[in-house]
Design a protein around this ligand. Structure first.
Ligand SMILES: Cc1cc2nc3c(=O)[nH]c(=O)nc-3n(C[C@H](O)[C@H](O)[C@H](O)COP(=O)(O)OP(=O)(O)OC[C@H]3O[C@@H](n4cnc5c(N)ncnc54)[C@H](O)[C@@H]3O)c2cc1C
Length: 366
């Protein structure tokens, strides 16, 4: 998020400094499954997903580097009638937004797309072939390198320790290496946004929570270029990754927190779901696993916009921040540099929970 914003702000002629306490791209982004989609339930997210796909498709022209964007499609498997009718309503909205290639499928059509899928209990499925996958590392460094060429400075291994303030406005940050003054400061601290905001006494409703990802050794049980397949009811998902398969699932029993240790016992719970939904996975040998942090808000929508004079936030992306980063960087840069966003972002107003109305929760959250 920070590198995307730095790219678009520096392109607009602004002098930008990105400050990271570690290495850029090593936070939530490093753990990300790389999914890119426009199959959301809210109009703003559908439009952002569509714009993200357009930007990623011409990422080389924009930044000079590949985003490794592979439009392999997203296949959502739906179990109950309620899920099917909700996704049908979402498809109507997606089509009204111009997402022409999204379709509703019968279970047998989903099975034909992903060999080995058990579909007897499914009520339906949806598929959008232009959704897909991109490389988190490629996108982060593509933006960062292009931003540097445009004059942005990226400072790593430098934690922000406090904000500088004057007359009620934020005027910069204090780091372990010294102070940096800035007319505008943006918190892009992913799952750590709340502790960063707390440095100013802010209570940002962004809660970190562990998610685990497993990757197999070379595995012939999945076709290369197979779609990102999501069993929406359980959140079990998988896609081909290199010569193997990448898979994961949410764990509702995980308490909030920033623990990123891998709990190998969780593999048994995923295997139990896979046995019912996609038994071929049981033949795969797991090569590696990692854990990263989701950054959830109460309505699973991000906080984007001004917090107080001189201070902004782009955080709380609730598990879909990688795909939204190109768009958020572009639109937020326009807001900061020109005073206006191309698209109304009020659904993401950072103070919306205090205001208590106008919430537009995202329901297609994995
Ligand atoms: C397992 C998993 C799978 C996911 N899959 C997907 C997916 O398929 N598609 C998708 O779109 N999204 C996915 N996500 C979500 C996505 O990874 C995040 O929404 C996104 O990466 C957030 O980017 P960010 O730049 O806001 O945060 P981050 O990448 O976490 O960057 C925040 C940066 O802030 C720095 N920082 C923190 N505190 C300080 C401080 N005090 N001083 C200086 N720097 C600081 C950190 O070092 C870090 O580099 C997934 C997440 C996980 C965990």
């Amino acid at each position: 998020m920070g590198c995307s914003l730095a790219f678009y702000l520096s392109r607009a002629g602004r002098h930008v400094v990105v400050i990271d306490r570690g290495r850029i791209g090593q936070g939530a982004t490093a753990a990300c499954a790389g999914g890119i989609r426009a199959q959301f339930s809210t109009e703003i997210n559908i439009r952002m997903g569509m714009e993200a796909k357009r930007l990623l498709a011409r990422f080389v022209e924009e930044t000079g580097q590949t985003a490794d964007f592979r439009p392999v499609g997203y296949l959502f498997l739906l179990t109950s009638d309620d899920e099917r009718s909700r996704f049908r309503a979402a498809i109507e909205l997606q089509r009204a937004c111009g997402l022409d290639d999204v379709v509703e499928l019968e279970p047998a059509e989903a099975r034909a797309m992903v060999p080995g899928l058990e579909t007897d209990d499914l009520s339906g499925a949806t598929f959008c072939p232009s959704d897909g996958l991109a490389g988190p590392n490629e996108v982060t460094y593509g933006f960062a390198n292009a931003a540097r060429r445009q004059g942005a400075v990226i400072v790593e291994d430098t934690p922000i320790e406090a904000f500088l303030t004057s007359g009620g406005a934020v005027t910069g940050v204090r780091t372990a290496a010294g102070e940096i003054e800035s007319s505008q400061t943006v918190i892009c601290a992913g799952p750590w946004s709340a502790p960063v905001g707390a440095m100013l006494g802010l209570q940002l409703p962004i809660v970190p929570s562990r998610r685990q990802v497993f990757v197999s050794e070379p595995f012939t049980g999945i076709r290369r270029g197979s779609p990102m397949t999501i069993d929406f009811h359980t959140s079990f998902y998988f896609h081909s990754e290199g010569e193997g398969v990448l898979f994961g699932m949410s764990d509702p029993s995980t308490p909030p927190g920033d623990d990123t240790r891998v709990d190998w016992s969780f593999l048994d719970r995923i295997t139990a779901v896979a046995e019912r939904r996609w038994p071929p996975l049981l033949e795969a040998r797991v090569k590696t696993a990692w854990a990263g942090l989701y950054e959830n808000t109460p309505d699973f929508q991000p906080l984007i916009g001004p917090l107080q004079p001189g201070l902004w936030i782009a955080g709380g992306f609730s598990g879909h921040g990688f795909m939204l980063a190109p768009v958020v960087g572009k639109w937020l840069a326009a807001w900061i540099a020109d005073g206006a966003t191309p698209v109304d972002l009020s659904a993401f107003a950072p103070d919306r929970f205090a205001a208590g109305s106008g919430l537009q929760p995202e329901r297609n959250v994995v």
